[in-house]
Each structure stands twice: as C-alpha cells, then as structure tokens.
Ligand binder design. Sequence first.
Ligand code: CUA
Length: 317
Amino acid sequence: MLSRLSSIADAINGPILFIAATSLVMLIGITAFMVYFAWRYHRRRNPHPEDIHGHKVLEIVWTVVPTILAFGFFWYGWEGYKYIKTVPEGAMQVKVTGRMWSWLHEYQNGVQSAELYVPVNVPVKLNLESQDVLHSYYIPAFKVKQDAVPGIPDLFLWFSAFETGTYQVFCAEYCGLSHSAMWTKVHVVTQEEFDEWLRVEGEKVVQIQQAAESGEGENLHILGEALSKTKGCNACHSVDGSKLIGPTYKGLYGKTETVVTGGQEREVVVNDAYIKHSMLKPTDDIVKGFQPLMPSQEGMVNEAEIKALTAYIKSLQ
Ligand code: CUA
C-alpha cells in the first residue's frame, strides 16, 4: 500500500499515514475511555447517577483539538496536491487521448503508441484529452489518476518513475460498454532503451508515409495492422468475423452492406471511399444492426494512415 515507485508516492503516502495514525490513536483512546466509564460508573460503584451541566474546559478541548486536526489533514493534503500539480521544468511531454475504449499516446516527434513508454527517473507530463466521453487515466503503481474530459484542455498529470518495469494503466471512469477493457501498460525503461524505441517508432511513421505515397500494397497492410492497434480500431472491430461493437473487418472489403443513412436503408459496396468516409464521418452511414457509437477520426488519422488501414482491411478476406 505504501510503495514508492514514483515521485508522487510521498505526496499520497504521507497524508494517508498521518490520517490513519491519527484515526488509530482516536480509536484506541475513545475505546479505552468507554471501557473505563462503563467500569467506573457501573451501578455497583456509582449507585446515584447525576446529571452534569456544562464543563468549559472539556468543551473547549473537544472543539479545539478536532479543529486543529481537521486543518492539519487539510494542510498536509493541500501541500501534496500542490506538489502533484507542479510539473518540474523540462518534463517530457506526452499527449494522451482517451476514446472508447483505448488510450493513444503521442510523443513530441509525432510517434504514436497504444502503450506508454517512459525513461526511468525522468519527469513525464501527460496532457490528457478525451475524444468522446469522460475517461480517467489511472496508474495505481505510481499513485496517479486524472480524468480526461471532452472539451476541457489543460488536464494533466505528471510523475517520475523510480524503477524500470511494466505497470498497468486503467480507465477509472465508467465510459460505456467496453470500459473494463480500456486498459494498457506503461513501460519504464532506461534512457538508452527509450531513445532506441523512439527512433524505431519514428522510422515506422516515415515508412507508412512512404508506403502510402508509393502505393506499395504489400508493406502497407502490415503497417496498417499495427496502426489498427495503435489507433484503437481493434477495440470495436474484430478480424475473425465475430461481432463486436462494430462490423468485423473480415471479408468487409468489397462486400455489399446495408446501411442506414438519415433513417433510410440503402445498400453500399465497401470500397476505399466508403471506408475513408466511415472513419471521418462514422455516423453518416450506420451499418444495419449496429449502434452509432464510433467517434469521428477526423484529425486522428492522416491520409497515409487511412490508406494503410484500408490496405489492412482489404487484406482480411
Ligand atoms: Cu474509458 Cu472507462
């Protein structure tokens, strides 16, 4: 409970210990008094009970002591809160977007990933955004948690991880059907390992760009497969024909689909244009039998990525 795996741990552990210790002292003290009173004022020892009215000293004591304690709790918590909300200068910035039902991490060089990678002992600031509903970024091991609220910028959390390893990240705000599946991992690695990871991922971004420009189909669908995980498509679209939140990708390309457009059913053939439109304006044509749950990917995928994802869907026949 009182582990110390990040810079935030002390700001949380301190007040918890203080409140728990104070409560324990009160519990033991009050219980002892009760037992003593029950014994001391038993009918045998105190046959004639009397009412006592007013006791200045006692009244002052039981007003002043709890007041001091309450302010003590507040002050200690407030100091911790200020620390948690003060990001050290030069912290590494990562943009985190929550959407139903996965997290996307974006690094300053444009690299995107579904799992978070951070160097050990380096302050990291996560700037949180939501693309649809309330989510909450929660790393229990680091004792950090922050809501991502649609339309509210500037929400963030920061930490510096003390030990290398892999830790769980959860969504801690009920956000719909697959809320319980909205978890990922944070990998704390050495600075060298981190630099290497970032370099390799940076190359992939360039590869997608080049493959999309040259229309190199072979490579493109493999890059598209990785993208469908990074972008969170796989949270709602299966690739084995099973029905999840959205239609499966298997056998989708080239198929004639019945969609509902503005309340009217119509048939469409799934081609490049349809897939692109479905990513950017997903609620325009809802495939019959599904709910209009997909958030628009406008601004979340670029042209090259759309091509790579389309190539991937195409390959799943
Ligand atoms: Cu996102 Cu729960």
